[in-house]
Design a protein. Sequence first.
Length: 314
Amino acid sequence: MKISLAPLQGYTDWVFRQAYEKCIGGVDEFYTPFLVLPNSGEVRTSHKREVEPFLERNNRLVPQFLAGSIEEFQFFETYFSELGYKKMNWNLGCPFPMVTRKNKGSGLLPYPERIKEILETGYSGKIDLSIKMRLGLEDKSEIFPVLDAIKDFNVDEIIIHPRIGKQMYKGSADWDCFEQIQKSFDKTIAFNGDIETLEDYHSLMSRFPDLKHVMIGRGILKDYWLPAKIKGIDVPSANERKLALRKMHDEIFSTYSSFLSGDTQILQKVKPFWEYFSSQFENERKVYKGIKKSGGLKKYHEAVSFAFLQNVKE
């Protein structure tokens, strides 16, 4: 089973990914938060940091992008291939209105002919392509014309989050629709969505035993050792896990401090990290409250010290 880390904007940036890989490990493939091409035609510096060579990249990092036009698609294929990547991922799943109203992310799913045109004219095959998508924007029936539109193209893999865009992350993932897709579509299908515990994973595999790839986001952020549990690898002791968590935090803090300046900039980055990081601890609400209330780095470090006095969850 291949386990990949789903990209979450604001959480799984390059700083997080490198620290997680160094201190915890267990993920087979990482996906960047999606890159966009601004009107200026120049990739933002923050996005360049996700993919460009001065990072300790490896062949398990897959850059993800948004594109609603042939020109955007061509730009990213050229950009990623020139950086040495072997694979890229087209995001047709983002549900946020600021994206969908531009006919990008899941906002492009109601337009299968447009998707076909972009692939037909924009994709040269310089690097492999996978697509991450939802069932549709407004209705789950939207996915079937899309699958029909892309069936003849050399798409390496389809990663399905079985919700519609309008659901955002509410309600339940539609396993019945996923099953219908898996049975009717002759390409590799991966699953994304609602795998937060080992029990969730076992339930999924009992329904879809032929799956070879699951993409997990919040489940890993809430339990860093979930990939190890899924793979049947022994989980370290509570003390060893706490030491690994401390090392990971310090790695993240040190990296942000190396290129950000001043308390405010650093805290704006490290505080949101604790929204999920605090869930590694038994006393997570009190831990997170202390972090949120901290003003200035001195108070922040005091809150961090308090956090690491708490027990970690089993």
